[in-house]
Ligand binder design. Sequence first.
Ligand code: F6R
Length: 606
Amino acid sequence: MCGIVGMVGENLKVEDLVVSLQKLEYRGYDSAGIAFLGDEFEVFKKKGPIDILKNGLKEKGSKGFLVGIAHTRWATHGEPNDVNAHPHTDCRNEIAVVHNGIVENFREIKEYLISKGHKFSSETDTEVIVHLIEEEFEGDLLQAVMKAVRKLRGAYAIAVMHRKVKDLIVAARRGSPLVLGVGNGVGLLASDVTPLLRYTRNVVFLEDGDVAVVKKDGYEIYDMDGNKCERKVYYIDWDEKAAEKGGHKHFMYKEILEDPQALVNALVGRVKGDRVVLEELEPVEDLLKGIKRIKVVSCGTSYYAALVFKYFVENFTDIDVDVDVSSEFRYKRPHVRENDVLVAISQSGETADTLESVRLAKRHGAKIVSVVNVVGSTLDRESNVSIYMNAGPEIGVAATKTYVAELGVLYLLGLKIIELNGVWNEETKTVLDRLVRMPELLENVLRKDPQIRELSEKYKDYNHFMYIGRNYGYPTALEGALKLKEISYIHAAAYQAGELKHGPIALLDPNFPVFAVIPDDSLFFKTKNNVIEARSRNAKVIALGTEGNKSLYEIADDVIFVPPTHESLYPLMMAPVIQLFAYHIADMKGLDPDKPRNLAKSVTVE
Ligand code: F6R
């Protein structure tokens, strides 16, 4: 995954283009580059994060421009270096292209272009795009791009400029996101909405196959056959400040502190009295009444949120909730029938495997309910019904506040489904009541940050961790282990606590600590026994449990308490703890938790 920005206007400043690009740094940070046309046509690219590009540009002196494109890269084809960085240019150094995605047939195209005399300088798949455009160019950049993209297989979002064309960028997408900013005297495009918020709140999401001409005073969109088309303009009510660090060292830390607010935003307006009101669900409510099973697809953290949803709905109803990782589901016999409901969970709404799973299920007649943070994202547009998380922009690569928002929405969705299926009793009312009060309690949990920090200091030098939990505690264990491994590069495994003795317990020794998720729930004593078993192998134990439960001191080396709640809601209550623990360890190890190695925020390729 990579980040693209483009600007067209008058007297634009190169610094502004770079500032916009920095908003996309979470999408890739191994190299960055820029091409701009002012008095001259210039291309400048550098290995490393955008700051290196920025410093290099500063040394060259401030420049104004009319047309500019920029790119931050997450390498797929060709190692990260200056040459493989985007933009790529053609043989005459007239056309520049930035690209996000993967050109699957780049080898064939490259051979063809070499036979036509084109000279390549990089190892990237992207370079074929610019030479293909050069090959097709007969004076009209739009036509050349249209002809070129028809020959590409795979995924692309591209922005293209020409040194002799001073008033436009041509952009195209298939499979990778691209958004245009609308109306304020600057033509704008970007991989997501965050760089656009400085200029406008009105945006257009290009659809697969679209080719757009972006000018300072407007844009035109064409389909693959060259027909002009209209696309809906979305209003984005995100606050630009929300996409800034606000004085914190890292976005991840700031976003963890926003967990309570993210939950408020996910719940607000959706609870009236002792009932959940999800008007968005209306089109599928009849299908949900009496439903026998629900399918769920998602990846990574969103998958763990899906597991919580499964435990929740299955605990209160007879409905089977089948949860699949999207990359598995899309290649399985889907077992989807006409009018089945498939819930797709994705904060970005652009995860390639989740989108393909949704398309597969739709082909088999399923109705799609998505839980999504990015309004207008591909998942949002392709779903029958979308329930927005309303978490605001999340810049840190590791999902934190969006996990909390996902859980918030999924509890509401679960409660609504439970009610539609005839179960509405004192217990479900209690869950809803506790859910609504949760943001305040999450603030209390965040106040434990100094204690969690101390614990991180104590445990940061271990090379392995085992997270365990039962029932609702199991997804928390999985998410805790994922957070730790992805940002601190410490090996962490997660198991259902009852599985320990079926193999994993063999790993435990004094150098392999156990992080036990052990709230006061109906399985407390079962989990406690598993913790005792672990301790008897001399493993150090951190217990994450419920305030007031002093017995945890007898079985654990260290204890972190969270306030009591309904047992189904502990995944929410405990989220800030597992997030902060991983965050501090990564920070103490001198790693940048906002930009973990080898990872990118939205995984738009398979
Ligand atoms: C982990 C993380 C990833 C994402 C996964 C799905 O911290 O962020 O595991 O959860 O890539 O992303 P979305 O929710 O955008 O589909």
